[in-house]
Write a protein that binds this ligand. Sequence first.
Ligand code: 6MZ
Length: 378
Amino acid sequence: MMLEAGEERLVRACQRLPKVELHAHLNGCIRPSLLLELAEERDIVGQLSLSDFKDVILKEDRSLEECFKLFALIHILTTDHGIITRITKEVIEDFASESVVYLELRTTPKHNEKVGMSKRSYVEAVLAGIRATDAAFPLESFFACEEKICASSATMETPNHRCDEKKIGRIHVRLLLSIDRRESVEGAMETVRLAWEMRHLGIVGIDLSGDPCIGDWKTFLPALTWAKEQGFPVALHCAEVPNPTEVEAMLAFRPDRLGHVCFLEDSEWSKLLTSGIPVEVCLTSNIRTNRVQSIEVHHFSALYNANHPVVICTDDPGIFSTTISREYFLIASHFGLKVPELLHLSKKAIDFTFADEKLKKTLLRLFDQAEYVLDCNL
Ligand code: 6MZ
């Protein structure tokens, strides 16, 4: 698709803008090329037929139901500890290349006796992937010219151009452990206790996710309440399908963040706005899965205009063929936000992270520098 010059500039700005990603499912971020590679390997040893799955993997538009079918396939293909580590590493590299400076990944710990995998060993494999990229992954940044601008006079020519090669900064990665809605009371509790035990390793909270048509909120409540009692942050997938009883219960629980919130009745909407609970907005995911009819009518706009805390996220970039930069571009082009407003939106998200205060301060400093550079370039 041909872009006009102004649009191209916006695409580039969205790409370089420092960003905070708080809602990304590890296995939903898997590169389609890796999925195909893994399916091919299984095809060769006769475990599955690639031709049956190729179209499923490469399809762009999928219903919510098809999404969960694809997750089932992904989970069949990614049972190996080494693969989990590789996916994690690649996912972090992909987000870093989109100028994400803080990433909260989430994943459901899996238990599979056949391959000697326990929930703990699964999480250790993910952490190995994080460690492999954590050693100061270089970040090509929107404000890479910061030093030059500060040190130079106004005579400097095309600073942005020269800055392209310069690398500064790094991506900070933290992990949430997800409870899948198919899990039992005990399974949910095991995940929460594991997360709490491993918190010194960068696990910063709990997520409740999975097929929203399955499971009962009451099953997860003991585990989520226990997390809350420890002061451990909780994010909930909420109202991805209409379910007023559950939405009421979730709002009453007062989680630290809510994902999606596509189907809220008026009274729930008012409660959400009063609560001030930050919302993780996943535009493309909601459109592709037909949760919202079009971007124009997406509730991002109502939340943003009400000054409600929101953070722009991808959900499953590998599944929905999107990137975090593209999500910012969609916000800018459909709702008219300018680059400084996008930067402000991204900076505000630092408040909603589950990072410790020290890291929040580091991130704030980084965004202050970005704002300064932006001012210099306007
Ligand atoms: C609810 C979702 C989701 O945990 O194996 N997941 N849950 N709604 C969604 N919207 C589309 N997208 C992903 O990553 C895949 C898992 O994340 C959850 C599902 O439980 C899915 O199986 P992990 O890394």
